[in-house]
Write a protein that binds this ligand. Structure first.
Ligand code: FAD
Length: 440
């Protein structure tokens, strides 16, 4: 048995972990009567890819097909976005949607139906998938897409690995004219201002704001809005030396867990003040490599150790666009509690009404909290506010919500469960998350 946890280092479980590198090996594992869950690169924060028996898909990681003319690629489940970028960028293509880390598997991206900074224009990863091959709990291999085995497709995108094991994913990539991003950073003095700026810049391809969640008074909600466009080599009379430069591997790392006192409301306030003032002027324009724009945290391996031995909880919710008051109420509650977060990331989602995916047209805020006494009671209080404004919590980030919060937040939960029960009737594929939320 091995002690294992996902990115937030909570919970830690004693599990048996295996892997497969062929479909045959996987079907043998599924034939063993034991319940199991498939794991990608463990970048979900909580218990979605944990159970007593885990099967990793990271060794099932071959590139199968890449059409460089039309921008279509097919890879096995365990291929990381990190590797896909290295292959597609030199030919002038980029991921259609990418989360804030490239160290996730393509299967993990599908199972969480991940979103990026361009959700308001491009939707989530499921919008770009051509087809998926799955192995069901009984060993049968089946294809699904928006046209074929449609209900299985929608139960798989965002379905947290419960509909079957994703074997391969075929999807479209997007053309780029360089691997650089033209970035505009705008300082906003308050919550009202940042929300107005999002609205004014709704046509920007990428947008994301960092928000100082500990600032009160007239500067409550002060933020930095980061907008981005793929840079066209030659624009603004700039000729890039290596227009399709690929990212380098990270070499910085946090070797040990920080002591608990290292992160407290004073250190977070100091960080927030310095970070906010790093933009000297109201508007700053720059051209930078995609790695710094999309994946700033990937530069430091194991940054999750910063939160100490007890780990942390990432709290990400979405509330409908017309309920912006909810955002204010939640931020005020966090500020009053003094339980701050370095990472308070605000994005705007566009329309999305998938079966079980997280996004809906609205505001989404992600916050990290070091685990401390009474944290979960506090997050339970936040859950009630989120629900009262018609919102929900992102399962892939979660390690603690109560089942009712899931069932109330996801209006199609019942239909989702009925669908996965058709394909995974004995709950052979099951996770701690699914049991906690009483999905299977
Ligand atoms: C720094 C950081 C930033 C992030 N930013 C974002 C963001 O901006 N947007 C966003 O949407 N997410 C974001 N995430 C979350 C992350 O993208 C998801 O949790 C993703 O699912 C992790 O994939 P993984 O390969 O690590 O899989 P794991 O974490 O191991 O598993 C995640 C889920 O995928 C399932 N799964 C894995 N492999 C398979 C398979 N072969 N078949 C079926 N199911 C499978 C698992 O069972 C589990 O339910 C971020 C995470 C980190 C650490």
């Amino acid at each position: 048995m091995t002690l294992i946890s996902n990115w937030s280092n909570y919970p830690v479980v004693d599990t048996k972990i295996n892997s497969f590198s062929s479909a045959k090996e996987l079907s043998n594992k599924l034939n063993d009567a034991q319940e199991l869950i498939i794991r990608g690169n463990g970048r979900c924060y909580g218990d979605a890819s944990l159970n007593e028996n885990i099967v990793s898909c990271l060794s099932f990681n071959k590139f199968l097909f890449f059409d460089k003319v039309n921008g279509v690629i097919e890879v096995q489940a365990g291929v990381l976005l990190d590797d896909i970028l290295k292959v597609i960028i030199p030919s002038g293509w980029f991921l259609p949607v990418t989360p804030g880390t490239k160290f996730i598997s393509i299967a993990g991206a599908v199972a969480s139906d991940v979103h990026g900074k361009n959700h308001h224009v491009d939707g989530s990863i499921s919008n770009h998938i051509i087809s998926i091959k799955l192995m069901l709990a009984d060993g049968q291999i089946i294809s699904c897409s928006q046209k074929e085995n449609v209900e299985l497709f929608w139960a798989t995108c965002g379905g947290m690995g419960l509909s079957g094991v994703i074997l391969t994913v075929k999807f479209s990539v997007k053309p780029i004219k360089s691997s650089y991003i033209a970035q505009t950073t705008i300082k906003a003095k308050s919550l009202d201002e940042i929300l107005a700026l999002f609205e004014e810049n709704k046509d920007a391809t990428y947008s994301v704001a960092w928000i100082d969640c500990l600032k009160g008074g007239k500067n409550f909600g002060r933020s930095l809005l980061m907008l981005g466009e793929h840079f066209k080599n030659g624009d603004k009379k700039i000729k890039l030396k290596e227009p399709f430069k690929v990212h380098a591997d990270p070499h910085l790392s946090i070797p040990i867990n920080f002591p608990e006192f290292a992160l407290n409301k004073y250190s977070i306030k100091l960080f927030n003040t310095l970070y906010y003032h790093k933009a000297f002027t109201k508007i700053k324009e720059s051209i930078g490599h995609y790695d710094g724009f999309f994946y700033p945290l990937d530069a430091i391996l194991s940054w999750n150790k910063m939160y100490g031995k007890r780990g942390f909880a990432q709290y990400q919710f979405v509330i409908p666009i017309e309920e912006r008051k909810g955002l204010e109420v939640i931020l005020k509650k966090i500020q009053a509690k003094g339980m701050g977060s370095f990472l308070a990331v605000l994005k705007v989602f566009g329309e999305q009404n998938n079966l079980i995916s997280f996004p809906m047209k609205g505001y989404t805020l992600a916050l990290d909290f070091a685990i401390q006494d009474k944290l979960f009671d506090f997050l339970d209080e936040l859950d009630k506010i989120v629900l009262s404004y018609g919102g929900r919590i992102y399962m892939t980030k979660d390690s603690r919500m109560h089942k009712d919060v899931f069932w109330q937040g996801y209006p199609e939960a019942q239909k989702f469960v009925e669908t996965i029960k058709k394909y995974n009737p004995n709950g052979r594929i099951n996770s701690m998350l699914s049991k906690r939320l009483e999905i299977l």
